[in-house]
Design a protein around this ligand. Structure first.
Ligand SMILES: O=C[C@H](O)[C@H](O)[C@H](O)COP(=O)(O)O
Length: 209
């Protein structure tokens, strides 16, 4: 089985558990693909066998956290800086299971008022930040360079803060990806197979319909 290993404080627990099951011999015949150098280091410390998409282009299952989950299971990811590698691996996954606590559930993408990350090349990042503000001006968009943690790929991350819903998410994502210098954006649309939500009332599983 080829398993994608997510990044962040939630996914860390899944990686720990996979490592434990491998060490106990309960899980075997498994190879894992980490979604960040941080997760790669954790996996190596747990002696989890690692691979990459070049060797294993189809991933059976990826488990990861998320920053926002909307009612259609669209996600915001990348507040920890790992969106590009995550999207590459999660797009190649047959099943993509997301684990969150209920604080991550939002009515609409951007609805938490927290950052929506966009990875851009360092060259002329201010120009691209201004263009992003213009493109999403109707949603009251403010763009801010994240000073810490440029991500795994040497790029910068610009955080977008939205006052209102951006409407057509697919069109918004496509508009960003048409901009030269934008490498990836933090909207993970129609990708999650299931979202496991931990809340005060216990655990619920939301399946893609
Ligand atoms: O870049 C970070 C990843 O997209 C994380 O999966 C996301 O930020 C959620 O992280 P956490 O589980 O720490 O809230």
């Amino acid at each position: 089985m080829v398993v994608g290993l997510g990044t962040g404080s939630t996914a860390k627990h899944a990686v720990d558990r996979i490592g434990e099951l491998i060490q106990k011999g309960i899980l075997s015949n498994i190879v894992c693909i980490p979604t960040s150098t941080r997760t790669q280091e954790q996996a190596l410390s747990l002696q989890i066998p690692l691979s990459d998409l070049d060797s294993h282009p189809v991933v059976d299952l990826t488990i990861d956290g998320a920053d926002e989950v909307d009612p259609h299971l669209n996600l915001v990811k990348g507040r920890g800086g790992s969106l590009l590698r995550e999207k590459l691996i999660e797009s190649a996954s047959r099943k993509f299971v997301v684990v969150v606590d209920e604080s991550k559930l939002v009515k609409y993408i951007g609805g938490s008022g927290l950052a929506m990350p966009v990875e851009v090349v360092p060259f002329c990042w201010k120009f691209n930040a201004r263009r992003l503000e213009e493109v999403f001006g109707y949603a009251g968009c403010r763009a801010q360079l994240r000073r810490k943690g440029g991500g795994d790929n040497g790029n910068y991350i610009v955080d977008l803060y939205l006052e209102r819903a951006i409407g057509d998410l697919k069109a918004a994502s496509e508009a960003m990806m048409r901009m030269s210098g934008v490498v990836e954006n933090g909207m993970f649309l129609d990708m999650a197979t299931a979202v496991i939500v931990a809340g005060s009332g216990g655990i619920t599983v939301k399946d893609k319909v």
